[in-house]
Ligand binder design. Structure first.
Ligand SMILES: [Zn+2]
Length: 432
């Protein structure tokens, strides 16, 4: 009897340990992230023609009647970046050096298309084209300069950032929705809930939208994306399958995912954790990158406290053996109120300077494509201007291949032999 009880106890214990292992399992990896001390800067909403072309768009418009839904106050005057915004931010990033001598690099996640209500009808605008009310001379040149300098590494965020059908319907009803569209205001009644990847949208429609979006992205930036973040953190399993079928296997912010199908409250939260761990266990080919640090000064009264907390979170991430992945939205750097953008740049500069004080060795700045390649192969090679930034996160000599964006490799693939721990540059032989 006692033996049988012991047996039951053992089975229960093994089951509990297996359950614990399942619930706490992270990504396997070839790299010691404690030693690498990596920082990635995730920034959503670049290229979004919204919320307003400028603060003047609100003059004479009944904001309350528009009732778009709830979002942080600062977003009312969120606007499309301009060339000066990008150039100033690029200068801040260039001033933040990693211990490998490379500058800080921002990963702007782009919205690639916009609806433009002009002449009484909708016109589709694809990057680098924008609605007439959002024309920003020199923007694409400034963006290309920042890419070439290695401080700007675009990735994919959204096609529109909302369900385009819902916007069309809202504006067709006329009234305040039409008045907003005429002024270039992207908001419409219920727009906050009109999520681009909402569960009501047919999979075939989402597939066509993704294909069009990827084509726009590739034409605009000269390469396909290697990482994706869903708009409003809202997506379901269909979307991940679609992304993977198009070669997009690096998924940002899984922990923030809003499941339309899950119940509210504690039950929903438990199911969310189970679903996340199940996704990780079931889809070994996908890499989920969690945002574990937050730098959103535009949403807080005390930017200094936000920076201090973000530095703490960075230290904690490294201690836990994770890359520090910082969430910092465009609204902090591009805004109708120039003071908001200036404060955002200042907060970023203070954060970058503060990283040097977190340990005896400084950080290295990585993008998702590098993190994913380091996790998978222990090495990474990504383009930055006319060079390839090469890294070997292991202690042994390893072969590296350039990080391939979504889709099969084209032409010949070069191989590089990197010494253990190597971080530096190899010639890419690319010209402008
Ligand atoms: Zn967004």
């Amino acid at each position: 009897m006692a033996r049988r009880r012991r047996g039951v106890l053992m089975v229960t214990l093994v089951g509990a340990l297996a359950g614990l292992a399942f619930l706490t399992a992270g990504q396997p990896g070839a790299v010691d992230w404690r030693r690498l001390r990596a920082v990635a800067l995730h920034s959503d909403d670049w290229g979004l023609a919204g919320f307003v072309p400028s603060v003047d768009a609100w003059v004479g418009l009944d904001r309350a009647a528009l009732s778009p839904g709830r979002f942080p106050d600062v977003y009312w005057n969120s606007t499309l970046e301009d060339s000066a915004c990008v150039a100033r931010l690029a200068a801040v990033l260039a001033g933040g050096r990693g211990r490998d001598g490379r500058p800080a690099v921002l990963q702007p996640n782009y919205v690639v298309s916009a609806l433009d209500w002009t002449g009484g009808q909708w016109v589709r605008r694809d990057l680098p084209d924008f609605p007439e009310t959002y024309r920003r001379p020199g923007l694409w040149q400034a963006m290309a300069e920042a890419m070439w300098a290695g401080v700007w590494y675009p990735e994919y965020h959204a096609a529109w950032h909302y369900d385009p059908q819902r916007r069309r319907q809202a504006v067709a009803a006329g009234g305040v929705a039409l008045a907003a569209a005429e002024r270039g205001v992207m908001l419409f009644p219920g727009s906050e809930a009109a999520r681009e990847l909402g569960p009501w949208r047919p999979t075939s429609e989402l597939a066509a939208e993704l294909d069009a979006g990827l084509a726009v992205f590739t034409a605009a930036f000269g390469r396909g994306p290697g990482s994706i973040i869903a708009p409003d953190y809202t997506w379901d399993g269909r979307c991940e399958d679609l992304w993977e079928s198009r070669g997009l296997t690096v998924i940002q912010a899984k922990r923030e995912q809003r499941h339309p199908g899950l119940p509210p409250g504690a039950g929903g939260r438990v199911l969310k954790v189970l679903d996340r761990q199940w996704s990780r266990a079931r889809h070994r080919g996908r890499i989920y990158l969690e945002r574990n640090c937050r730098l959103e000064p535009a949403q807080a009264p005390d930017a200094g406290a936000v920076v201090a907390a973000c530095l703490d979170q960075t230290r904690r991430a490294w201690r836990c053996g994770e890359p520090a992945i910082v969430e910092t939205h465009r609204v902090n750097f591009a805004h109708g109120d120039a003071a908001v953008a200036a404060a955002g740049r200042e907060a970023l500069a203070v954060y970058l300077a503060g990283l040097a004080g977190l340990g005896e060795t400084g950080p290295v700045f990585l993008v998702d494509a590098e993190i994913a390649s380091l996790v998978r192969r222990g090495t990474s090679l990504v383009e930055a201007g006319d060079v390839l930034v090469a890294r070997n996160g292991t202690r042994s000599r390893r072969l590296a291949i350039p990080v391939a964006p979504a889709g099969p490799p084209k032409g010949t693939v070069a191989l590089y032999l990197l010494e253990g721990g190597f971080q530096g540059l190899v010639a890419a032989g690319r010209s402008r």
